[in-house]
Write a protein that binds this ligand. Structure first.
Ligand SMILES: [Zn+2]
Length: 321
């Protein structure tokens, strides 16, 4: 594999999550992750070939590099995807942080499908007592297929889109059922529909975090019931909505804008769809335009994830270079 020169920001050394991951796992995740940027193409994609990557990235380390990649995936630093039976990886933060010289060759790797899996990430930070409680509530069976072996805790609304460890958002799934779940996009919407859920149920089900170590609990009124799979009560449709309507979709203009601003539209769309607005909105086209613009300025529109203000704006290279 051919490495490329990439820019690394000084604050990556202060990345607590990456540090903790290294401590927890005892794996050289820090070196691996920073070096991986040099082996990702301009879209942040790489071939998921642990042995070959290890040869380039950590030649002197004597360990199984697939464990490093798995740990990074579980923590959400990279995501694996498969196209036509071939495994690829993708660094979600890549495009946001790199200024790519336009002369660099276009990516020859397939685009990640929006059905990326972040399955294992779900097992992080759930208190053991909560796991026990969830398994007990679900009678130690996969709530989808009923088998009682190889059980995992599933986040009904995935962590990647802001799902929390609220017990109402957790359920027992066997590993095959869990890892088969899509975590984003229309596929996730379709998957949630199997349990009579929609994105509108997310806030209700993710609200009451009962455990320590999560800290993402949202205060709110309208206490949701404890059943993870009960359909949401249908409220009369208000004129404005605090949530993006399910039938709303971005326009061509939004795609053009995202392209121009070098913003990952699919990713922003997910957080946009999961967002609860303070005041009910009617013009979601306009709201999404503002959202994209803010995410280009701040790295994200989500205030909790907003990047430091000193983040340089991407340089727009004139064509021809
Ligand atoms: Zn199952």
């Amino acid at each position: 594999m051919r490495g490329r020169i990439r820019s690394i920001k000084p604050d990556i050394g202060k990345h607590e999550g990456l540090w903790d991951l290294g401590v927890e796992t005892g794996l050289p995740v820090y070196q691996a992750f920073t070096m991986l940027w040099c082996y990702a193409d301009r879209e942040g994609r790489f071939e998921w070939r642990p042995r070959s990557l290890k040869t380039d990235i950590l030649p002197y380390w004597e360990g199984d590099f697939s464990r490093v990649l798995d740990a990074l995936e579980q923590a959400g630093f990279v995501q694996q995807y498969t196209v036509a039976g071939v495994n690829y990886g993708y660094v979600p933060a890549f495009v946001k942080h790199q200024v790519i010289n336009q002369r660099e060759a276009k990516s020859v790797l397939p685009e990640p499908s929006i059905e990326l899996h972040v399955h294992a990430r779900a097992s992080q930070n759930i208190a053991p007592s909560v796991r026990v409680e969830v398994f007990a509530r679900d009678a130690h069976k996969c709530v989808r297929c009923g088998i009682s072996s190889d059980l995992t805790i599933d986040h009904i609304f995935p962590r990647s889109i802001g799902g929390t460890n609220a017990i109402t958002n957790l359920r027992t799934l066997c590993r095959p059922c869990n890892s088969g779940r899509p975590v984003t996009g229309d596929a996730l919407v379709a998957d949630l529909a199997k349990d009579n859920l929609s994105m509108h149920d997310m806030q209700r089900m993710c609200m009451h975090v009962q455990t320590h170590g999560e800290g993402k609990g949202r205060e709110g009124k309208g206490v949701g019931d404890a059943s993870a799979t009960r359909p949401a009560p249908k409220a009369p449709k208000p004129k404005g909505s605090k949530f993006v309507p399910e039938d709303w979709a971005p326009s061509d203009g939004h795609y053009e804008l995202a392209n121009r601003l070098r913003v990952n539209l699919e990713r922003e769309l997910l957080s946009f769809r999961a967002h609860e607005f303070k005041t009910p909105k009617t013009d979601f086209d306009r709201a999404f335009t503002g959202w994209l613009t803010r995410s280009a300025q701040f790295g994200t529109s989500s205030s909790s994830m907003r990047a430091p203000v000193y983040e340089p704006k991407p340089i727009v290279w004139k064509d021809g270079g």
